[in-house]
Ligand binder design. Structure first.
Ligand code: GZL
Length: 328
């Protein structure tokens, strides 16, 4: 059953944004906008760990060009310290707006306060942060990861409804401490909780990479004689797990079922080929909406505190039909 999760817009804030520092810095200029009013955005990206990330980066770079926004783009190679340095540098360069996808959920208070005190608005994209500080970012744009984990878990519940337990599940977690890993784990756990026959017998991070998924799956296969299902928190780890399962002489998608999240091209191809069984989409094409939000925020207009992007799900038949028209 294909589900379409409509975009849920957060309730628009009525707050006086100037008070939250979206206006020019106290006593400072209004940013590095050129005379023609071109907005300059500093963007700190997690890295290039997955097919999803590559598509996300392309979307942001293309959308900035299309929107006439001058983009200063920094790739952190998965290291939080690099993101913090990049954000600090954007503040020093007095960009008009900062956007970033935080590699992990915690440790951002100081640098977010620096941007706020400099009067530079911040937009979170893709992943959220935990912070006690008030008004240190204008909005979050991204998916509902708990829902994604729930849809993956609900597929497993449905798939094994008539199978007497135990059904042994192994979980390939995303980057430790990252918003998607934490929330997909909790969504999946919630979805299977009422079914004692569904057991997560092992769970470990594969860091959202293909090689990480392969290495962890190799270890799972050595340590567990009976594995029925793999829940991979992204396609790249699922694709690595497929390699490990094949190397062990087993058929992925048949001997061991695999459910994943993202719906990137390679994942959808494996799904259509029967090596995966179900994928929950997590749309990476955030660029156009990010640029619209940036223009509003720089202009001091109010924006919703949370803008959730729509997701959907695919089984093998749906993947085969959808593949030719996929944009990523
Ligand atoms: C999800 C994103 C995750 C993807 C992975 O929005 O943060 O990071 O699911 C990517 O593929 O590495």
């Amino acid at each position: 059953m294909k589900r379409l999760f409509t975009a849920v817009l957060g309730i628009a804030t009525v707050g006086v944004l100037a008070a939250c520092g979206s206006g020019p810095a106290p006593g400072g200029d209004s940013g590095s906008r050129t005379a023609g009013g071109t907005i300059t955005m500093g963007f700190s990206q997690v890295g290039a760990e997955s097919g999803w990330r590559t598509a996300n980066t392309t979307s942001i770079q293309d959308a900035a060009k299309a929107a006439g926004i001058n983009l200063k783009f920094s790739d952190a190679n998965g290291v939080q310290e690099n993101q913090i340095s990049a954000i600090r540098s954007f503040v020093q360069q007095r960009v008009d707006v900062i956007a970033f996808s935080p590699v992990v959920r915690t440790g951002w208070d100081a640098v977010l306060l620096e941007a706020k005190n400099a009067g530079i608005p911040v937009i979170l994209t893709d992943r959220a942060v935990d912070t006690q500080e008030k008004d240190v970012y204008k909005t979050f744009l991204g998916a509902d990861f708990v829902q994604e984990g729930k849809w993956a878990g609900e597929w497993v519940v449905k798939q094994y409804a008539a199978t007497p337990g135990p059904v042994n599940i192994v979980q390939l977690e995303g980057t430790t401490g990252s918003d998607p890993a934490l929330e997909r784990s909790s969504g999946f756990a919630d979805a299977i909780a009422a079914n004692p026959g569904l057991k997560v017998i092992a769970s470990q991070t594969g860091d959202f990479t293909r090689s990480g998924g392969k290495q962890v799956m190799e270890a799972f296969l050595k340590a567990n004689p009976k594995i029925d299902v793999v829940f991979a928190q992204n396609d790249d780890m699922a694709l690595g797990a497929i390699e490990a399962i094949q190397a062990a002489g087993l058929k992925p998608g048949q001997d061991i079922k695999i459910v994943a999240i993202d719906a990137t091209h390679d994942g959808m191809q494996a799904l259509a080929d029967g090596k995966l069984n179900f994928i929950v989409e997590c749309n990476p094409l955030l660029g156009p909406e990010l640029m619209d939000l940036a223009k509003k925020v720089v202009a001091g207009e109010s924006v919703p505190p949370r803008v959730v992007t729509p997701d959907q799900t695919f089984d093998q038949q749906q993947a085969a039909v959808a593949l030719p028209d996929r944009k990523y």
